[in-house]
Design a protein around this ligand. Structure first.
Ligand code: SF4
Length: 286
């Protein structure tokens, strides 16, 4: 990490976002620009990997390395990038359909392995790109293009899922609060291990153009006395009562990352200490 004076504008690529006007993903993209600038990351120090979906277009709009990959496959690719180039800041992005439906299996393994990745999920409770079908986080009873008489399935809570899968950092943000989401992104990116940030990012086309207005009064900040290392308390927080949406850091734990574990195994097997810096480690894994 260096201290180059980059501004959020410096991270804007030449591509113009093709999202619908008012889409929550614009606000999330703004938070990405701000977070990278405030962290003083040089553009070449970061890789953003996505799957497929409206929000998975995001890497193309950011002036860093980027990889718009296959549906649901952002996390295994991001894990590979981090292991091959440990010095890079690796960020995975995508929607709830991409990450919890087809990508659910990869979500599970990236979280339990504690791969050193910040995973930003833009949760719009719908399949937007394919024209409004119910997705994994669509609330039960909601009418969508594929559930004309109401969704029969109970929606998944991505934060509860991440905590139970073993993610070592879990937070929730709201696209209607760019400053707050930026702060959470910075914490997620800085975290040593698998950090999952669920960002409520409304789809104005298929969920209604009044979503930000309707959601804002339901959003509340996590209480100051919440103990982040208390897993049960985090689960209780994410099990919202009275239709509330708690934003902030819900859970945080310090444990070895996938790379830390691999280094430890390698040292035990060879009886030799691994080199002290990450670039030297990379060379040793050769
Ligand atoms: Fe955003 Fe929904 Fe439009 Fe996709 S369909 S760009 S999620 S508003």
């Amino acid at each position: 990490m260096t201290c180059a004076p980059y501004s959020p504008h410096d991270y804007k690529s030449d591509l113009k976002p093709v999202w619908c006007p008012g889409c929550g993903d614009f606000a999330v993209l703004n938070s990405v620009y701000r977070a990278l600038a405030e962290l003083h990351f040089e553009p070449h120090e970061t890789v953003i990997v996505s799957g497929i979906g409206c929000s998975s277009r995001l890497p193309g709009y950011v002036e860093t390395y980027g990889f718009n990959s296959l549906h649901g496959r952002a996390l295994p690719i991001a894990t590979g990038v981090k292991l091959a180039a440990p010095n890079l800041n690796v960020i995975a992005v995508g929607g709830d359909g991409d990450g919890i439906a087809i990508g659910g299996n990869h979500f599970m393994h990236a979280a339990r392995r504690n791969a050193d990745i910040a995973y930003l999920m833009m949760d719009n409770e719908i399949y937007g790109l394919t024209k409004g079908q119910a997705g994994p986080t669509t609330p039960r009873g909601d009418k969508t293009k594929s559930t004309t008489y109401g969704n029969p399935d109970t929606g998944v809570d991505p934060c509860a899922l991440a905590i139970s899968l073993g993610a070592s950092w879990v937070g929730r943000g709201f696209a209607g609060d760019v400053k707050g989401t930026t702060e959470l992104m910075k914490l997620a990116i800085r975290h040593h291990g698998f950090a999952f940030l669920n960002i409520i990012s409304p789809c104005v086309t298929w969920r209604g153009d009044d979503q930000i207005k309707l959601l804002r009064p339901r959003v509340r900040a996590v209480a100051d006395d919440h103990v982040r290392s208390d897993r049960e308390a985090a689960m209780r927080l994410t099990n919202e009562e009275e239709e509330k949406i708690t934003v902030g850091v819900l859970y945080e734990d310090a444990r070895p990352t996938l790379l830390d574990e691999m280094i430890e195994i390698r040292e035990r097997a060879s009886g030799e200490k691994m080199p002290p810096t990450r670039s030297e480690i990379l060379a040793a894994f050769g």
